[in-house]
Design a protein around this ligand. Structure first.
Ligand code: CTP
Length: 445
């Protein structure tokens, strides 16, 4: 039996792909198609695919030409696959002419004619544009606008900030249309990025949803369970996307870490500990009680993410220990008791500590060095050091492009879209913040 193998992303599957698969199949008796994973595409700089790996696999399957579909997840895999599956012919489109000649050592290499006039890139460019308006023009918004340029099918078109001067300067700097009022902003866009001070998130998100706009809200989302539930309910009723921009959740290394640990890479997880501390000027709004300042409000959602993802949300209790100054917490340590595990985190704006993430299990532990919340690297460590493994991933630019990509895809996707931080997780984070603000099990130092 003559085996043929070919690879591709197969995003927005088109006639060019179908022709290529048909021609490849005609070369032999058994066609293996390698479809790239989302993280492999990200790693090789292909940020803009519209379909996720499952959708792309389904599309290839539907052509009826593939006898076997495999996933391609690392550079160099082609040599391994050719040997592993006993492949006779490697086939690829003529746009790659010469590039894969190194595989001739392992099998026959055939470059098939490429169909002219069509490509995924062209189709992506023809997709509708999501026009995004930015609410709040502070430092995170300044990072967001340039990052959005790396993602397809979106354009930041306008911004709003009640501080007119600041807003004008921001709009001029980034070439955006200036919105004098919140209503003006909603007129000009399909979706909003809420990057205003924490205390204003709830009302902006609610107004935007009521105006029929999709919302990407910066962290912390809101400070009460009821508010979080209400906003999700509203978004569902209006069939709008509501996402929280918790950037760690979209970080390729973090996603890989969680799936490795969930599949037992360090045995049963018994402890999760994470810290996020950033020494901050005391005059900053981040430490102002009236603006929902303080270490918990500012940073708790980051360590809550690995705790919830790895141990779940059914903890038995939480105790908080806070070092206070001017009625806000300069530092808080939180300890969670789960049925058969424990978790803790440290957050600080006025106290500094090592900002790493350690997950301890019955067979070993995971170590993610600071800054773990935007990492490109982690290690799995074992008693027998020969088994230790290091993992490297790309973390491009400021990392916001990953969440922007998901937000835009969720808006354009007609079907179910998997959200990297679930509704349940976001609601639970708001509940933890609320418990802390109520002073329940908070011990002041
Ligand atoms: N292909 C083809 N004819 C086209 C487009 C793609 O024969 N018009 C082939 C490619 O040469 C490759 C396979 O289809 O062998 C999968 O390519 P892929 O990169 O997924 O598709 P493109 O449309 O080229 O994607 P992009 O525009 O993102 O590069």
């Amino acid at each position: 039996m003559k085996k043929v193998i070919t690879y591709g992303t197969y995003d927005l599957l088109h006639q060019g792909h179908i022709n290529l698969l048909r021609r490849a199949k005609e070369l032999g008796d058994w066609l293996i198609v390698g479809v790239t994973t989302d993280s492999f595409d990200l790693e090789r700089g292909k940020m803009n695919t519209c379909n996720n790996v499952m959708e792309r696999i389904e599309a290839v399957k539907a052509t009826g030409y593939a006898d076997q579909i495999i996933i391609e997840e690392y550079r160099g895999q082609k040599i391994d696959d050719i040997q592993k599956y006993g492949v006779d012919i490697f086939a690829i489109g003529s746009d790659w002419e010469g590039y894969f000649d190194y595989l001739k050592e392992y099998c026959e290499v055939v470059y098939l004619p490429r169909t002219q006039g069509i490509s995924s890139t062209q189709l992506r460019e023809g997709r509708p544009m999501v026009r995004i308006g930015v609410i709040g023009t502070g430092s995170i918004a300044r990072r967001f606008v340039p990052e959005s340029k790396f993602v397809n099918s979106n354009a930041i078109v306008t911004a709003f900030n009640p501080n007119i001067e600041e807003c004008r300067t921001f709009c001029e700097e980034y070439g955006l249309e200036y919105s004098e009022t919140e209503a003006d902003l909603y007129e000009r866009c399909d979706a909003v990025y809420v990057a205003s001070p924490h205390y204003s998130h709830y009302s902006y998100v609610k107004n935007a949803l009521n105006a029929g706009k999709h919302v990407l809200c910066e962290t912390p989302f809101v400070f009460s369970k009821a508010q979080a539930e209400e906003l999700y309910e509203l978004s569902e009723k209006k069939r709008l996307v509501l996402m929280v921009a918790l950037k760690t959740a979209f970080c390729p290394a973090f996603i890989h870490l969680v799936s490795l640990l969930k599949s037992g890479a360090v045995g049963e997880i018994v402890e999760v500990n994470a810290s996020v501390t950033t020494l901050t000027d005391e005059s900053s709004e981040k430490l102002n009680k009236d603006y929902f300042g303080g270490s918990m409000n500012e940073n708790a959602c980051f360590p809550l993410l690995p705790i919830f993802k790895l141990l779940g949300m059914e903890y038995e209790n939480i105790n908080f220990y806070s070092k206070m100054k001017n009625e806000v917490d300069m530092f808080t340590k939180a300890v969670f008791r789960f049925h058969s595990a424990v978790a803790s985190f440290q957050v600080g704006l006025g106290v500094k500590t090592e900002g790493n993430l350690v997950v301890a299990g019955t067979k070993g532990y995971a170590y993610v060095p600071a800054p773990w919340w935007k990492t490109d690297y982690f290690e799995l460590r074992y008693e027998d050091q020969n088994q230790n493994k290091k993992f490297f991933h790309s973390y491009a630019g400021d990392g916001l492009r990953y969440e922007i990509k998901d937000f835009v895809s969720a808006i354009l996707s007609k079907e179910y879209f998997y959200s990297k931080v679930s509704k349940k997780e976001n609601i639970k984070m708001a509940e933890v913040q609320e418990q802390y603000l109520r002073g329940e099990s908070v011990y002041k130092l």
